[in-house]
Design a protein around this ligand. Structure first.
Ligand code: SF4
Ligand code: SF4
Length: 484
């Protein structure tokens, strides 16, 4: 039996269930979806792309915490030490502006890609899609494809059924737990954390986050699946605001497909007055959200293109050109645009504005990171002792410097002061700060009493690295004169 005939059989078997669904209820009871994976031999075109993005994103996610850089974890968001390490970049709490810019860039990218490509993110790279696909792959390996799973679920309890279900859930829990462990490995050194885990000697918070993230993965990808996209995901809700009639969506060409019908071996479809759709239901059976794309664009559609693959296979088997279901736009279908005209409409004002803003912010962030001085200074006046007269008659002011060396090498710095006649640094001008460390350094300034009138005067403090004169910071503070 070929895929088209099998699809028809399953469709007929499920017809009474569909009639029952027509009874309206305020509570949307979940109907189990058994997406079919195998369409023809090997992976179909868009299925290959989906697996390519799954491999790419998961190699990055699971592999990144194990990469080393300068004898430390290459990517580590060390919340306890308040340092974020991203390869050669060490970000401090003061650098929150860079992270904010990164988030803005991520949000704008999402706006741009959604305006151009619709739900490409949902269909190919969203963690919900990716983990659901991985979990469904495990499910198929253990329980079989769509029809076998449907039959298994209808069977009464048995040792075989229990063994298959236990194996599936065991494998799901193992993947979910490893995902939770990897997630926590971005916030605590993963190698040490692994050793602690083996000794069952981990902190309460780490254990909580491993279990929380693992449980969320297991629940969302194993049980909730399309319900997360339909009822929980905020992006699915507000993305319609980013769509317009030139946004790429998965569409069914009803002008070509209707009227639908199975056809006959004796007469051509044209003679029977039928469109291209053979009504095999395969596009519905492969859909991970269980919708029928022939009913038009629906918010449940995550744009995964599984129905395109299925329908193209059917078109090939029935000797018709592919593309009855395809990526297209509302305008392309309505106005009958060819592919060239459709793609030219990509460069519309909204896309150009998103692109210009995105490029500007990205360029600004890249410039700021490139020009970033790996040295920070916080200057605090000693409130306990304002101005006082030193032994030699000069005026003395005392401060405390907090110097942050944001490089990963120990460095020596020198402090100088200017802004008043005869202003000198009376404390030790040279000092060292460890790699990625903060040092508190006392600073004592002296100025000629005759040149300093009562009241406050602006002075400038400069700290410069001994080994690289280009690394320096300056800060302005006040120097108080003696009261008469
Ligand atoms: S309708 Fe097609 S593109 Fe949309 S979710 Fe279903 S299979 Fe994926
Ligand atoms: S649109 Fe394609 S896959 Fe769907 S029922 Fe018609 S022929 Fe079958």
């Amino acid at each position: 039996m070929n895929a088209v005939d099998e699809g028809r059989q399953v469709k007929e078997a499920s017809a009474p269930a569909k009639q029952a669904e027509a009874i309206e209820s305020l509570y949307a009871k979940r109907i189990n979806i058994y997406p079919r994976a195998k369409i023809g031999d090997g992976l179909a075109w868009f299925q290959k792309w989906r697996w390519a993005t799954i491999w790419a994103t998961q190699i990055v996610f699971y592999g990144l915490p194990w990469l080393m850089w300068n004898e430390r974890q290459a990517v580590l968001f060390d919340l306890a030490a308040r340092r974020f390490y991203v390869f050669g970049l060490v970000l401090w709490p003061q650098d929150i502006v860079y992270l904010t810019a990164l988030l803005v860039i991520a949000a704008l990218s999402l706006f741009l890609f959604t305006a151009v490509g619709g739900r490409l993110w949902c269909g190919y790279a969203c963690p919900q899609t990716v983990y659901t696909e991985i979990f469904m792959w495990i499910e198929r390996r253990i329980e079989g494809d769509r029809v076998r799973r449907m039959l298994l679920d209808r069977q009464p309890p048995s040792a075989r059924k229990f063994a298959l279900k236990a194996a599936k859930h065991g494998a799901w829990i193992a993947v979910a737990f490893w995902t939770g462990y990897t997630f926590v490995g971005y916030f605590t050194p993963i190698r040490e954390f692994g050793a602690e885990l083996l000794r069952l000697d981990i902190g309460g918070w780490s254990a909580f986050w491993v279990l929380f993230y693992g449980f969320a993965t297991y629940g969302n990808a194993g049980w909730m699946r399309e319900q997360v996209c339909k009822y929980m995901c905020p992006y699915a809700r507000f993305q319609s605001a980013m769509f317009d009639h030139d946004t790429l969506i998965v569409t069914y060409d009803s002008a070509r497909g209707e009227p639908r019908g199975p056809g006959s071996r004796k007469k051509s479809r044209v003679e029977l007055g039928l469109g291209s759709c053979v009504d095999c239901d395969l596009c519905v059976q492969v859909c991970p959200t269980g919708i029928d794309i022939r009913n038009g664009l629906q918010y449940e559609c995550i744009g995964c293109a599984a129905c395109i693959d299925a329908c193209n296979h059917v078109m090939e088997r029935t000797g018709q050109p592919p593309g009855l279901i395809r990526y297209s736009t509302s305008n392309a279908l309505r106005l009958g645009l060819d592919a060239g005209a459709m793609w030219r409409r990509v460069f519309r004002p909204r896309v150009l504005v998103y692109s210009a803003v995105l490029l500007s912010i990205t360029a600004a962030l890249a410039t700021a990171v490139a020009l970033r001085v790996p040295l920070k200074l916080d200057l605090i006046r000693d409130r306990g002792a304002l101005a006082r007269e030193a032994d030699d008659g000069r005026v003395e002011n005392v401060y405390r410097m907090q110097v942050s060396n944001t490089t990963e090498a120990r460095r020596r710095f020198k402090v100088t002061a200017s802004g008043l006649p005869g202003l000198t640094v009376a404390s030790e001008p040279g000092f060292e700060v460890g790699a990625a460390a903060v040092a508190t350094v006392p600073l004592r300034l002296l100025a000629d009493a005759a040149a300093v009138a009562p009241g406050s005067h602006k002075v400038e403090i400069e700290i410069r690295a001994d080994d690289d004169p280009a690394v320096y910071v300056r800060e302005t503070t006040t120097f108080l004169g003696l009261r008469q």
